[in-house]
Each structure stands twice: as C-alpha cells, then as structure tokens.
Write a protein that binds this ligand. Structure first.
Ligand SMILES: C[S@@+](CC[C@H](N)C(=O)[O-])C[C@H]1O[C@@H](n2cnc3c(N)ncnc32)[C@H](O)[C@@H]1O
Length: 422
C-alpha cells in the first residue's frame, strides 16, 4: 500500500464510492475535512476519532487486499494522504481569529472572514449542490442540518465570531416581544441556542431587508429581545446595508445584525461608512459570452415584457430588468421574499434573472441573461472562485449568497472592536 499516493477529495464524488460509503445525512466527509483543516490549531482533536474511522473505510475501499488497522489509518492521516488544499481559498497559515460559518451556502461569509485573517473552524450547509461549490473552493465539506443535535455536537468551543445568514421564517408569537422559547422550531432558535452554548465574543447575522417588517415587526423584535435580554449581548440597532455602497454594481439591501458578548464590555458600534467608489455593470461585464447559451430570442423577450406588464398592472413587481452598461443591477435573487412566503417558483427561473442590453449583437436588440460569472462578480466573488455546478444551481447559489465586500467591511469593524485586527 502506497501511503504517498494522494487521495483527492473528488474521490468522494465518485458514484460507486458514494453508494458504498456515504449515505445521505452522513457527516463523515465533513468530519474528515474539518479534521484536516484544523490540524494546526488544536480544534482537530475534536474531529480526530471520526476522521480516523472514515480514513480507515476509505483505505479499505481503495486497497481491498490490505489489512487496514486504526494505526495505518492514523499514519495515513499524518502523512497527509488527502489532497484537500489544492483549492483557490485554502486555510491561512497564521490566522488571527476563529469563526464559524452557519447556513454557509457557498461561503460568502467565509471568503470575507478569511480575507480578514480568520480561520473557519466549523461550517454547516445542507444543500448538496451548495456543498459541492463550497468544497471546490475551500477544500472543506460543510456539516448538514444544523437543527440536529448530531450536527451541533461537532461545533468546537472557543471561537471568536459566529456568522449566520439564516433564512427568515415566520414566528408565531403571542406577546409583543417574544423570548427564546417563542422561537422554537425556527432556524433563529438554533442560532440562539448555539450562541448560548458557545458564548462567542461576537455574532454577525444577515437577512433580507423585509425581516424588519416581517409579522408586523414582531419577528425582528423577538430576535433582538432574545439576543439582548436572554443572551445578554450588546446589539446596536440593526442596519440596512446596500452592496452598491461597497464597490459592486448591485442594488442589494440587506439587514445586518451584530452583537457583542457582555464580557467584551462593548456598548457602542459604528457600521462602516459607504465607499466613495461608483461602479457600473460595465466594470464587471464578461466580454465573450456564448450567444446560444445566454442570448434570448425576440419571442422570449416579448414574453418577459408581457409578464412584467401584467404583474405591474396588478401592482406587483416582476424580477426582471433590462439594464445598460452604465447602470447597476437590481439585487440578484432566487425568488426573493417569495421563498419565505413559500411560493413555489415555476420552471421559468430565468424570469428572475436580470438581463442586460448589448448593442449590435444577436437577437435584434441583443438582450441576454447575465452569466453566472457576472452574478459572482456582482456579489464580489473574485474570478478565481470556481463555479463547478450547472448554471441553474449557480444562479440560485449566488442569488442566495451575500455581497462579500459589504460583509467584509462590517466584519472588519466588529474585529477591530474586539481587538483582533487593527
Ligand atoms: C440565505 S442562504 C445563506 C447563504 C450564505 N450566506 C452564502 O454566502 O452563500 C441560507 C442557506 O441556509 C441553508 N439552510 C437552510 N436550512 C438549513 C439547515 N437546517 N441546516 C443547514 N443549512 C440550512 C440553505 O440551504 C441556504 O443555502
């Protein structure tokens, strides 16, 4: 058996391998990659047993003729048999702080926090396709359903910052400002529970702007009440932050909620000031775009226009917009608030895709969809970010993600206050 032969993480995507070893809702791959990513910071001990067990299974699968003992598996891990760091955004050598990435999606928070010198020590995301994108870029597989104790038990102690762009669901609250127990059954309850158990120095939550008025303002009031009064965190007034103020040509407003542990003694926080940098679609536009894939037929454009007119005549919005090069895009979304209201989107997902007007090209007026790479750029993801999934998944993932520069600017202010960075 050659322990020097590297095993790629892509092996796990091999169908046969999956059928044999990885059942759905199985955290083995997450445990192993979390172990490998934390080998230098003490957190790895936490994941060691699971990592050794899984390595043993992998080696037994790869070398059926050999006798694989626990010791062999341990040695294999020590020799660095897994090829997990050949990715665009590997962990930093000398990180300044630790954070966890909940509802991780494709790692918008992680990218921002790594840029500021952070080390992610736990991540959770249950969507299979989002996990694929995450793994391709960070070399780490997120854990699954965060509502399960089986997942929560893997969260290590001693991290500085908790990040969560949690989906907003309706709470049904009897009183005006509900408490911890009133949020049971919602994803915020799980976030609050993790804060309670782990007591991080700071928390950074992100949500849609509509959270402010959700359930007549009761949802936000409850969230703030739980953070401030039940958990004792200092939480300044939440802020609506627009991505366009932080260097990307996208009009995307999101609500940011930050909080500081009572022991930090912090009782003041200032959100970052908008940059004085104006960008337009031209700055992120792809030069070469395959005509057949992204340009629309005249007929299709007409259908979209008709839909839009019909929706607007009823006073409803319709998420499709034609923009010029010198304009900025509306928020890229995947169904937007519709998802929170549980409306099922039909197959015309492209209806929700902003399009841009390009002069003098195919399809008469040359109207085309934006490409996934353009959506990535609108969210501030660098071009080295790998998009390993089909377009439909990519639009969904970038639409669900965060504007990285706006997150980074806010996180920087948080970290400065808790004396982690200057
Ligand atoms: C609004 S998105 C957050 C995206 C993320 N901030 C990013 O940068 O890509 C919310 C994510 O939570 C995930 N999610 C929802 N419920 C979950 C659960 N119970 N456990 C783990 N992930 C969950 C969804 O699949 C979705 O990707």
């Amino acid at each position: 058996m050659d322990l020097k032969e590297k095993i790629s993480l892509e092996t796990f995507e091999n169908k046969q391998f999956r059928i044999k070893l990885i059942e759905p809702e199985n955290n083995q791959e997450a445990v192993l990659t979390h172990y490998l990513h934390n080998s230098k910071n003490g957190v790895s001990q936490f994941y060691k047993k699971g990592a050794v067990d899984f390595t043993k299974e992998i080696l037994e699968y790869k070398y059926p003729e050999e006798k694989i003992t626990t010791k062999v598996a341990e040695e294999a891990l020590q020799y660095g048999i897994f090829d997990t760091f050949q990715v665009p955004f590997p962990p930093l050598e000398n990180p300044k702080f630790k954070f966890i990435d909940l509802f991780a999606g494709i790692g918008g928070f992680r990218l921002a926090l790594q840029n500021l010198g952070g080390k992610c020590v736990f991540t959770s995301e249950w969507d299979k396709e989002a996990k694929r994108t995450y793994k391709a870029n960070f070399g780490e597989t997120p854990f699954g359903d965060i509502t399960k104790e089986e997942t929560k038990k893997y969260i290590p102690d001693g991290f500085d910052l908790l990040c969560a762009g949690f989906p907003c669901q309706a709470f049904s609250i009897a009183g005006k400002r509900g408490g911890f127990e009133d949020t049971r059954g919602t994803l915020f309850f799980d976030v609050a529970e993790i804060i309670k158990r782990k007591q991080p120095k700071a928390v950074f939550l992100e949500n849609v702007k509509g959270l402010r008025n959700h359930n007549g303002g009761k949802t936000l009031a409850t969230i703030l009440n739980v953070l401030r009064n039940d958990l004792g965190y200092f939480v300044p007034e939440p802020q609506i932050v627009n991505a366009k103020d932080f260097g990307v040509p996208q009009n995307r407003e999101r609500i940011y909620i930050v909080g500081f542990h009572p022991n930090t003694g912090i009782n003041e926080f200032t959100y970052p000031t908008p940059l004085d940098k104006k960008v337009t679609f031209a700055d992120i536009k792809e030069k070469e775009v395959p005509a057949t894939k992204y340009f629309l037929s005249t007929q299709y454009v007409q259908t979209l226009e008709n839909h839009k007119a019909r929706h607007e005549s009823k006073g409803n919005g319709f998420g499709f917009q034609i923009i010029k090069d010198n304009e900025i895009s509306n928020a890229v979304v995947c169904g937007g608030m519709g998802r929170e209201r549980n409306l099922v989107l039909d197959h015309r997902i492209t209806d929700f895709t902003p399009t841009t007007h390009i002069k003098g090209t195919v399809n008469r007026e040359g109207i085309r969809k934006m490409t996934p790479r353009e959506w990535a750029r609108l969210q501030g993801f660098p071009d080295s970010y790998i998009i390993p999934v089909a377009d439909a998944s990519a639009y969904k993932q970038f639409g669900n993600s965060v504007a990285v520069p706006a997150i980074q600017a806010t996180a920087k202010e948080i970290l400065k206050l808790i004396n982690i960075i200057k």
